[in-house]
Design a protein around this ligand. Structure first.
Ligand code: HEM
Length: 407
């Protein structure tokens, strides 16, 4: 256990370190990670790696807050404390009930299955064009040319961002989410500049939505009220930032890591022959990729988890990616099985903060893989995959491939 440092991002530079979590689940399922020179705030934190413990904590938001706890000034769902009143308590995903539940209720109709059925055909057509363009290039980057495009187009559509601006947003989001040139909790000139540009863009867009509301989620947020008062400007702004990041980064990583798993485990030909496995394959890709590896909570009171005493104010991290490989919940968990059923994975979390865009992400994945199966005979990696150096997003930065079209 001595040499485990989950704040050393180099540990994550070649993908999620499942070998480390196999050991934790077996020997120390509720483990207090001691502070290391890299640990944000110089503070240790609890690491929950087993499925059952993660579910218990995620299902008890009164004890395990997404906002803050104990004597802390800040909090949130990252390892590093984010300031209260700026991120913690303002971002939907870093807010506790009752405001969180009311805020969320405003947004759910925009991403409900009934609404999504209306845009599914549009997403399918977009996916076909994206795949056709990539096939035309033949040698391309599966991440940027294929996996990133549909999630980005979809979130732009959902929010009411002009499609021509979507790549600017993506590059800002990439810079703020990347840890290529920094460590946890640090900012650089690049990240500060990207965050400022994104903020200015969001402010301007929200001003326009207030003046000329349209049928999109940002217009809805700009005009919505909770208890007779509008959402604060900061809440609206942070919602914009959250949805751009949450809506694009995670889904593209699940598509890219999903494709990689299909190739590495010989499942692509199986799916080509029998598409009836597509729905279970999407679930297995979500479990396998677990593109959001963890979220943090803060204990609001002294409590115990699986017999371990946890104090009010302690940071508690819930490792969805490890729970998704827990041998107590999934038979043969390190086997990639596109027919796996049941597959109660936690890739979208659990409880009141369950992913708001889960149904949208599932549709995006389904239509992208349908279009790939229609248009692509073989996918061959032409250079090593470049993974994201982050413990907050498991994903890919570049995945060079050669695509051969279907005859
Ligand atoms: C494969 C793709 C995705 C994955 C793996 C994923 C994962 C997650 C996870 C694990 C959570 C729970 C966070 C927590 O409990 O602290 C979450 C929440 C959330 N996700 Fe996703 N997500 C995906 C796609 C999306 C998309 C497409 C959108 C929006 C368009 C989205 C928007 C959100 C929002 C707004 C929340 C916060 C919900 C709340 O706090 O009530 N996500 N997501």
């Amino acid at each position: 256990m001595d040499d485990i440092d989950l704040t050393d991002l180099d540990r994550f530079a070649r993908g999620f370190p499942h070998d480390v979590f196999d050991v934790l689940r077996r020997d120390a399922p509720v483990w207090f990670h001691p502070p290391t020179p890299r640990t944000p705030g110089g503070e240790g934190f609890w690491v929950l790696s087993r499925y059952a413990d993660v579910v218990v904590a995620a299902s008890d938001p009164e004890t395990f807050s997404s906002e803050t706890g104990g004597e802390r000034d800040g909090g949130g769902t990252l390892l590093e404390d984010l300031p209260s009143g700026f991120a913690a308590g303002v971002l939907l995903n870093m807010m506790d009930d009752p405001r969180h539940a009311r805020f969320r209720r405003l947004l759910t109709p925009s991403v409900a299955p009934r609404t999504l059925r209306l845009i599914e055909e549009d997403l399918r057509a977009r996916a076909r064009t994206i795949v056709a363009d990539a096939v035309h290039k033949a040698d391309c980057d599966f991440l940027t040319d294929l996996a990133a495009e549909l999630p980005l187009q979809a979130v732009a559509q959902l929010l009411g961002v002009p499609q021509e601006d979507r790549h600017r947003l993506l590059s800002w989001a990439n810079v703020t989410l990347d840890y290529d040139d920094r460590e946890l909790g640090q900012t650089t000139d690049r990240t500060r500049q990207a965050a400022a540009e994104m903020f200015a863009y969001g402010t301007d867009l929200l001003t326009r939505k207030r003046a000329e509301p349209a049928d999109d989620l940002l217009s809805l947020a700009a005009h919505a009220e909770i208890d007779g008062a509008p959402l604060t400007d900061l809440e609206q702004q942070m919602l914009f930032n959250l949805l751009i990041a949450a809506g694009s980064e995670t889904t593209r990583n699940s598509i890219a890591l999903g494709m990689l798993a299909l190739l590495e485990h010989g499942a692509w030909p199986t799916l080509q022959v029998d598409r009836s496995h597509l729905d279970t394959a999407v679930e297995e890709m979500l479990r396998w990729a677990s593109s959001t590896p963890y979220n943090r909570r803060t204990a609001t009171r002294d409590t115990t988890i699986a017999g371990q005493a946890v104090k009010a104010g302690d940071k508690v991290t819930l490792w969805w990616a490890s729970a998704n490989r827990d041998e107590r919940a999934f038979p043969d968990p390190h086997r990639f099985d596109i027919t796996r059923r049941p597959n109660p994975h936690l890739a979208f979390g659990r409880g009141g903060h369950f992913c708001l865009g889960g149904a949208l992400a599932r549709i995006e994945m389904r239509v992208v893989f349908e279009a790939l199966l229609d248009g692509v005979a073989t996918v061959d990696l032409t250079a090593p995959v470049e993974f994201t150096r982050s413990n907050k997003h498991t994903g890919v930065r570049h995945m060079p491939v050669h695509l051969a079209p279907t005859p």
